[in-house]
Design a binder for this molecule. Structure first.
Ligand SMILES: *[C@@H]1O[C@H](CO)[C@@H](O)[C@H](O)[C@H]1NC(C)=O
Ligand SMILES: *[C@@H]1O[C@H](CO)[C@@H](O)[C@H](O)[C@H]1NC(C)=O
Ligand SMILES: *[C@@H]1O[C@H](CO)[C@@H](O)[C@H](O)[C@H]1NC(C)=O
Ligand SMILES: *[C@@H]1O[C@H](CO)[C@@H](O)[C@H](O)[C@H]1NC(C)=O
Ligand SMILES: *[C@@H]1O[C@H](CO)[C@@H](O)[C@H](O)[C@H]1NC(C)=O
Ligand SMILES: *[C@@H]1O[C@H](CO)[C@@H](O)[C@H](O)[C@H]1NC(C)=O
Ligand SMILES: *[C@@H]1O[C@H](CO)[C@@H](O)[C@H](O)[C@H]1NC(C)=O
Ligand SMILES: *[C@@H]1O[C@H](CO)[C@@H](O)[C@H](O)[C@H]1NC(C)=O
Length: 257
């Protein structure tokens, strides 16, 4: 028990340091099922791994310091258009305004593409992202555009079949045009799954044939990948807790489960 406690002291010290020095920060997540916490066990995206999962089905540690609000408003099946039309964007806006009103620095991640690609060319998503960025800023929050988590569909030569590429590129273009932070989760996730290979990559799937959604191991890996991309984009500004062993595996192409 004592040894266990001592082992945790450096991390606890780090968390106390982080909390004492940083501006109080909140996170709001916007996107589709590859971000969402999911409607049933193992049906979601990286949100639980980043924010922490609190259902018994997905008890996952947060990547953030304790008491950091991280509100996942992403929705399964959403496009940028349906997210607005179905009223979910209004919920996201109200959520970020509530956090801003508390005097908290409020970062809003926005990641779409998986469903947008089924209905319209990339420019349609891009126009909608531009409006979202402007409305996030008008709400007093900070937009952080995120490129789509890759699907784990492989070509025979071991590379990823990158159908989402044009939508990732559109997101990068809008980030440049609107001068927002950009987390290139698409590129980072392709690099990692190509390195670990199809067998290991498919063990992160919700079920073996679902190359889009994540199981618990998948949400932990890609939630950490997101946290590390976030920290790289805002170095030492955010209440992110390090996980050096998992980050090492991710940056060295080592399967983690
Ligand atoms: C979650 O964090 C606790 C310490 O707070 C640790 O004991 C546990 O091993 C962690 N779980 C995972 C899956 O990393
Ligand atoms: C999961 O997301 C939904 C909204 O999409 C939210 O109502 C619910 O509180 C979230 N659950 C957790 C545990 O974050
Ligand atoms: C973008 O939003 C418009 C409505 O403003 C909608 O007609 C269009 O389908 C949306 N595009 C996508 C890809 O969802
Ligand atoms: C979202 O809120 C705006 C402003 O209050 C309103 O005009 C719009 O109808 C709302 N959208 C939906 C889908 O309820
Ligand atoms: C995305 O942009 C990169 C860099 O400009 C380019 O190399 C790549 O071909 C583009 N991919 C797609 C699918 O358009
Ligand atoms: C964030 O990045 C900085 C600069 O690279 C690094 O020193 C720090 O350890 C990172 N923090 C986390 C939580 O990964
Ligand atoms: C990192 O990878 C090794 C080898 O697969 C594994 O034993 C270890 O549990 C992984 N670490 C984490 C934190 O996932
Ligand atoms: C998920 O990770 C745990 C260990 O953390 C492992 O026992 C389990 O087999 C993994 N699941 C899959 C599908 O690989």
């Amino acid at each position: 028990m004592l040894a266990c406690l001592i082992a945790w002291l450096p991390l606890l010290g780090y968390i106390a340091l982080v909390q004492s020095q940083l501006q109080p920060t909140s996170f709001v997540l916007v996107g589709d099922s590859t971000t969402a916490n999911g409607t049933t066990t193992d049906s979601g995206g990286w949100g639980d791994g980043f924010c922490g999962g609190f259902t018994t089905a997905e008890l996952v540690n947060s990547s953030l310091a304790p008491n950091t609000p991280c509100i996942n408003t992403a929705k399964n099946g959403a496009t940028t258009g349906s997210f607005v039309a179905d009223g979910f964007w209004n919920i996201s806006l109200a959520t970020m305004k509530t956090e801003v009103a508390k005097g908290r620095r409020t970062l809003v991640t926005v990641q779409f593409g998986h469903n947008d690609m089924k209905i319209a060319p990339p420019e349609s998503m891009g126009a909608n992202l531009t409006i979202m960025v402007q409305q996030i800023r008008a709400a007093g929050a900070e937009p952080v555009l995120v490129t789509s988590l890759t699907r784990r569909n492989f070509n025979a030569d071991g590379t990823i079949d990158d159908a989402l590429g044009p939508w990732a590129n559109e997101t990068i273009l809008i980030a440049q045009q609107q001068n927002t932070h950009l987390l290139d989760l698409h590129a980072a996730s392709i690099t990692y799954v190509e390195e670990i290979g199809p067998d290991a990559a498919h063990r992160l799937n919700r079920d073996p044939t679902d190359n889009t959604h994540l199981n618990i191991n998948g949400t932990i890996v890609f939630g950490r990948m997101l946290a590390d991309l976030m920290n790289a984009s805002f170095p030492n500004q955010l209440p992110i807790i390090p996980d050096p062993p998992l980050s090492f595996n991710i940056t060295h192409g080592i399967p983690s489960f």
